[in-house]
Design a protein around this ligand. Structure first.
Ligand code: FAD
Length: 316
C-alpha cells in the first residue's frame, strides 16, 4: 500500500514481541554512507520465534523492510516508511557443522565468518573477509570478490516468509548469479550453511592478509561508501555497445569523465571510479543524483543502461 494513504503506525497495531520496537529510529546515520533519514519503526526481534511472531502479527498494510548492516544501501533522505527489521546478536551465531561446513546466522558479519573459517581450518571462504556486510545481505546480493561468490559455497539457506513459515533453499532455488538473487517478496533470511574445504589455518590467514592489502591499495575502504556503485556489465552487452567484452563498470565511469565527479558532497572516488563516496556533507539525494548523472552519461556515450548495484531504499 502507498504509505501516504496509511495512518502512521501506532504501537498497539504491532504484535507483542519480546524484542524491541524503536519509533523514528536513526537509520541513514548508521549506514556506511552516513546519509539519509530514519525508519518509521525499527524492530529488533529477540530470536527466530520472536521474528515469526512479528511477521505473523504485522498488519498487511504496514510495509516491512529487512536490512543488514547497510553497507550496500542508500537510505533516502525522507527515511523508510513502515517497519524496518534488523537482526541482532541472536542471529549472528557461527558454528562448525562438520565436513568443512559452517552454520551461520543472517546477522553474522562476513568478516567474522571468514575469521571463524580460518580458525577451524576451512579454506575457500577467505573472499568474505573483505566484504563488510552481513550474511543476510550476502544472500540477497550473492556477495563475491576475487573470483568467488556466496553461491559457490552455499549449501542452503533458511528464510521465513510473511506467514511465518520456514523455507530451506539452495543457490539454484534462488537463481543466484552475479550480484543477483531472486529472494521471494517478503522473505527474511535467517541462517545459512556454507561449505569450504579443508585447509591450513596459517595459509588461510595469509590469503586473507593478501586480500586485505589488495583492497586497501585499490579501494577507498576508509571512506563513507557503499562499495561498488554499479554492476559490471555482461560481456555480450559490451560487445553490442562496440566495446571490449571485458569492459568493467569502473572503465565506463572513466570513459565518460566521471572519475572524481561531484554532486553536492557526493563524489565518484578518485581512487576507484566505481566507488561513490560521501566527502562529509553529502545527502542521499546528492549520492543518488550523482549515480543517475553517471548512468545518463554512459547511456549517451555508449547506449548502455548501467545498473545500480547499491540498493536505494525509502522516500526521497
Ligand atoms: C568498502 C566496501 C567494500 C565492499 N566490497 C564488496 C565486495 O567485494 N563484494 C561484494 O559483493 N560487496 C561488497 N560491498 C557491498 C556490501 O558489503 C555487500 O553487498 C554486502 O553483502 C551487503 O550486506 P549488508 O548486510 O550490508 O546488506 P544491506 O546493505 O543492509 O542490504 C542490502 C540488501 O540486502 C537485503 N538483506 C539484508 N539482510 C537480509 C536478510 N536477512 N534477508 C533478506 N534480505 C536481506 C536488503 O533488503 C537489501 O536489499 C562492499 C561495501 C563496502 C562499503
Amino acid at each position: 500500500m502507498d504509505s501516504s494513504s496509511r495512518q502512521p503506525i501506532q504501537r498497539e497495531h504491532l504484535p507483542d514481541i519480546r524484542g524491541r520496537y524503536t519509533p523514528d529510529a536513526q537509520l541513514g546515520r548508521v549506514s556506511w554512507f552516513r546519509t539519509g533519514g530514519n525508519a518509521e519503526v525499527l524492530c529488533k526481534p529477540d530470536d527466530i520465534e520472536d521474528l515469526r511472531e512479528f511477521v505473523m502479527g504485522c498488519p498487511e498494510d504496514v510495509p516491512v523492510t529487512i536490512l543488514g548492516v547497510l553497507s550496500n544501501a542508500i537510505i533516502r533522505d525522507g527515511g523508510v516508511s513502515g517497519v524496518v527489521i534488523r537482526l541482532g546478536r541472536e542471529f549472528a551465531t557461527i558454528s562448525p557443522v562438520g565436513n568443512d561446513c559452517l552454520q551461520v546466522g543472517a546477522a553474522a558479519l562476513d568478516v567474522n565468518v571468514a575469521e571463524a573459517a580460518a580458525a577451524h581450518g576451512i579454506a575457500d571462504l577467505e573472499f568474505l573477509c573483505g566484504v563488510p556486510g552481513s550474511i543476510g545481505g550476502a544472500l540477497a546480493l550473492n556477495a563475491g570478490a576475487y573470483g568467488s561468490e556466496l553461491k559457490d559455497v552455499l549449501v542452503s539457506a533458511n528464510f521465513i516468509d510473511t506467514k511465518g513459515k520456514t523455507h530451506n533453499v539452495t543457490a539454484s532455488d534462488l537463481n543466484m548469479g552475479y550480484r543477483h538473487s531472486e529472494i521471494p517478496q517478503g522473505w527474511i533470511g535467517i541462517s545459512a550453511v556454507i561449505q569450504g574445504s579443508s585447509g591450513d589455518p596459517d595459509k588461510i590467514r595469509a590469503h586473507m592478509t593478501d586480500i586485505r592489502d589488495q583492497r586497501s591499495r585499490t579501494q577507498p575502504i576508509r571512506s563513507q561508501t557503499g562499495g561498488s556503485t554499479f554492476k559490471n556489465p555482461k560481456p555480450e552487452d559490451m560487445a553490442e555497445a562496440g566495446l571490449p567484452e571485458t569492459t568493467k563498470a569502473w572503465q565506463l565511469v572513466d570513459m565518460v569523465g566521471a572519475r572524481g565527479l561531484m554532486v553536492g558532497g557526493a563524489q565518484m572516488s578518485e581512487q576507484h571510479a566505481n566507488f561513490m563516496i560521501n566527502t562529509g556533507t553529502a545527502t542521499s539525494s546528492d549520492l543518488e543524483m550523482l549515480g543517475e548523472e553517471v548512468r545518463r552519461r554512459v547511456m549517451d556515450h555508449c547506449g548502455y543502461d548501467l545498473k545500480w548495484e547499491i540498493a536505494r531504499i525509502g522516500n526521497p
